[in-house]
Each structure stands twice: as C-alpha cells, then as structure tokens.
Design a protein around this ligand. Structure first.
Ligand SMILES: Cc1cc2nc3c(=O)[nH]c(=O)nc-3n(C[C@H](O)[C@H](O)[C@H](O)COP(=O)(O)OP(=O)(O)OC[C@H]3O[C@@H](n4cnc5c(N)ncnc54)[C@H](O)[C@@H]3O)c2cc1C
Length: 431
C-alpha cells in the first residue's frame, strides 16, 4: 500500500461548512491536519468553539489562563454537547475510589469535578489491579443532573439517615454514612475537596475515625508519593500517598471525554447516631468583614461606576462582599484590600457581579475560579462580557438602581438594610 498521505477534501469542506448536516459530527473531532507535503500541522486558530449563532467563542475564563481544569473542562464540555460521549462501563468493580463531593448549593463545583478527575487518575494508576470504579457520595438535596458526564460510575445519594435529614451542619450523621460505605465497599482511597464547603471538615473527621493520617492540600497524587501545598501555598512538601486525601483545586483535569453510568448504590445499613452537634441555623454576617478570597458573593466596581453611594447600598442590600478593579482603587474610590486581580486578590466566589469593569487580563486572572460571572457594562463587546455567564448591557447606575429596588422589594422593606438576602453569604450558629 502506498505511503502517500491523502487529504480528504470533502471532509475538510464539511468541517468548514457550518450549514452541512454532518458539520457538527465532523467538526467536533477534527483529527490531525496534514499539509500538502504530508506533514502534521497544528492550526493555531483552532481555539475555542463555534457558538450557536455561528460566532467563534474563545474561552477567556478558566481555559484562557491555561489552568489544569480550564481549557479542558470548558472546551470539552462543549464538545460533549456536540458529539456523543463514549460510555465508560464498569460491570463488576475490583476496587472503588470514593469521592465525597461538596455539592455546594446543590450542584457540583469545579473543585468537585477536579476531585472526580483525580479519582479517575487513581483508577488508571491502579489499572493492573483490575477495573476500578469511582463512587460519589452525595449527602443532602441536589439540583445536579450531570453526574454521568462528571465521571461518576456509582452514586450513593442520601437526603436523610435513619429518618434524620442531612440538612445544615450535621457532620456526625454524614460520618455515619461514610463509615457504612467504608465497611461495605472498602474504598482504596477516600477523596475530598479541601474546601470550606464541608470537604475539609468531613475529610479530617473521617481520617480520625479510620485512624488514617490525611494528606491535605494535595495537588499531585501518585501511587506512592503525593505533593501537598503548605506554608500559605508558598511551598510544596512531599509525603507518602495516603488513603484519605483532601485535594486542592486543579489537582487534576475534570472528566470531559467520557460518560459514566452513575449507577445508584443502596447501603445495607447505616449505624444509629445521636448527634451532639446542633445546627441553630444561619446567622447574619457583615459581608464587608469577609476576606475577598473567602467571599462567595462579590459585587465588584470598576471605572464605569459613578455613584459610589449607590454601589455601597446595593452591596449591602444584596449581602454581597465588595470588590473593585485596580482603576477604582487607584482613583481612591475603594481601599487597596478590595482590589481583585493579578496584583490584588484572586477570588473564588460562586457569584461575581462585575459592574463597569472592562475585563482587562489582569482582572480576569483574579476571577478565573469564580463559578458564575455577571457583567454590567455599556460596551457589549468588552472582554468582561465575553467572560460572563450572564450580561446586562446598559448604564450601571440605572441597572444598580433597579437591582436595589428588587432587593428591597424582596426583603419586604422600603430601604436597604444589612441582612443578607436568602442564598447569599451566611455563617452558621453551632451549639
Ligand atoms: C502590572 C499590572 C497589574 C495590574 N493588576 C490589576 C489587577 O490586579 N486588577 C485590576 O483590576 N487591574 C489591574 N491592572 C489594570 C488593568 O490593566 C486595567 O487597567 C483595569 O483593570 C481596568 O479597570 P476598569 O475595567 O475598572 O476600567 P476601564 O478599563 O476604564 O473600564 C471601564 C468599563 O466600564 C464601562 N462603563 C463605563 N461607563 C459605564 C456605565 N455608565 N455603565 C456601565 N459600564 C460603564 C466601560 O464600557 C468599560 O468597559 C493591572 C495593570 C498592570 C499593568
């Protein structure tokens, strides 16, 4: 057979032609491109993906910064929508890797997905010992529907234990479930997101209960050795890989190329516990006193804000922590401690509202790990709008006035107060 490499010009044409019925199928799997000489060529323009309106979208969020979960996660999740994913099927697992997800606000966070990705890495590392399965343990109410594409082979989902609901802060009940899983499935590894949403607390408790020494802030895990971050993230230290691990964000690429069964598992029995900890519900906290790096809901102001009194009122009414662009700080409108970005604070909010911020690369670096970004801007073509999950194009003063009125109406008051509205920043009273 001839060695001459032949280009399929018809397929290349279909890939270029968005209106062709086979376009989606072939464009999502471009394969290597060969030049006229037969050499493999990398197309530097082949970044991002084509949006529904036919315009190329470049991921300016996680992907553009080259984070471990970045380009992979978003670009792949898009290709997941266009091409059917290969089903990863495990009939009789030889061993399990257990992941206890935070499922904060009822959905898998990017941190949860990174940990599930790490679980699959461990399954592959131990492939010589047989076929492993990743079992996700989900405790409490959920709104997430995409466990299959997140890499869950088996799913244990409980909303109550022995008729006691798994709501609020209830580590003793959750620990009882994990102990039941440990005795029934004997997972080879227990993985938790090392986060303030419950993973760090529960992981440490389980490790103590099992008599294991947990690896904390682990970000590079191998069969024998694990690298953990220490010294305020400035140093790395190596330690033997532990059975219980609390993993840092971006410890691995999120699963994106396969679909998994997410087959439910029922636990035979869960030990009875009488909880000593009583959750007395949320308490109000002053969002202004929350460090930017820990805030979950941030309203940030840029050069497009003129009415600073109004901005502070809206932040108070929403219960949001205030952030700012460097221009807003340099102009003396906000303190330096509130600057978000490369030379300010890197934030990890679940919701980040950027009002009158253009989206300079230095600012976008600081919000790379935010889950949902809302942009308020006059300029529909600015980079913040391209990064945002939701955009409001218009004058910030008018939009913030409307937001203030809505927030006040929802709280049933005539003016702004200090209490957070439902779903915003909160702390808990624990007796
Ligand atoms: C070494 C270095 C480090 C840096 N570090 C940081 C950093 O950590 N953080 C940071 O933020 N910046 C940083 N910068 C600065 C950064 O490059 C930008 O200059 C800055 O982020 C721009 O701030 P801005 O978006 O608020 O202002 P502008 O760029 O002036 O943008 C204002 C935006 O507001 C919009 N707007 C105007 N009027 C209205 C209105 N009435 N309603 C709605 N929208 C309106 C405009 O359309 C525009 O998009 C750094 C720069 C350098 C060189």
């Amino acid at each position: 057979m001839s060695d001459i490499v032949r280009r399929d010009v018809r397929i290349e044409w279909i890939r270029r032609n968005r209106l062709h019925p086979q376009h989606n199928e072939l464009a999502s799997a471009p394969g290597p491109t060969r030049g006229p000489t037969g050499l493999l060529r990398r197309l530097p323009h082949n970044v991002g993906f084509i949006g529904p309106n036919g315009i190329r979208r470049i991921d300016r969020g996680a992907g553009a910064q080259g984070g471990a979960g970045g380009l992979g996660a978003r670009a792949l999740s898009h290709s997941a929508q266009t091409a059917p994913l290969l089903l990863h099927h495990v009939e009789q697992p030889d061993f399990y890797v257990a992941v206890v997800v935070d499922i904060a606000a009822g959905r898998l966070s990017s941190h949860d997905r990174d940990v599930l990705g790490q679980a699959h890495r461990l399954v592959r590392i131990h492939a010589d010992d047989g076929q492993g399965a990743v079992v996700a343990i989900v405790l409490g109410d959920v709104r997430e529907a995409a466990f299959d594409t997140a890499g869950v082979d088996r799913l244990i989902h409980l909303t109550e234990v022995n008729r006691q609901p798994l709501t609020g802060y209830c580590p003793e009940l959750k620990l009882a479930v994990l102990q039941a899983v440990d005795s029934e499935l004997a997972p080879r590894y227990w993985l938790f997101p090392d986060s303030i949403h419950g993973g760090a607390d529960l992981g440490a408790r389980l490790a103590a209960r099992l008599g294991e020494r947990p690896a904390v802030q682990a970000w590079q895990v191998d069969a024998g050795q694990t690298l953990c971050r220490g010294g305020s993230q400035h140093t790395d230290w190596q330690r033997p890989t532990s059975r219980v691990m609390l993993l840092a964000e971006e410890c691995a690429l999120a699963v994106g190329e396969t679909r998994h069964e997410a087959r439910p598992i029922e636990l035979a029995a869960i030990p009875q516990v009488s909880p000593q900890i009583q959750d007395r519900g949320p308490v109000e906290v002053d969002p202004g006193k929350i460090a930017l790096s820990q805030a979950e809901f941030i309203l940030a102001a840029g050069n497009g804000i003129q009415d600073w009194d109004q901005f502070h009122q809206v932040a108070t009414a929403l219960g949001a922590t205030e952030g700012a662009s460097r221009v807003a700080v340099d102009d003396g409108n906000m303190p330096r401690s509130r600057q978000v970005g490369a030379t300010g604070t890197w934030v990890t909010a679940r919701v980040y509202i950027a009002a009158g911020i253009s989206g300079a690369i230095q600012h976008l670096q600081g919000i790379r790990q935010c889950d949902k970004v809302v942009a308020i801007n006059l300029d529909g073509g600015c980079d913040m709008i391209k990064r945002a999950d939701l955009s409001v194009i218009g004058d910030s003063r008018a939009i913030l006035a409307e937001l203030l009125a809505l927030a006040c109406a929802r709280r049933g008051r005539s003016g702004p107060g200090t209490a957070p509205i439902e779903g915003s920043q909160e702390d808990r009273h624990v007796a």
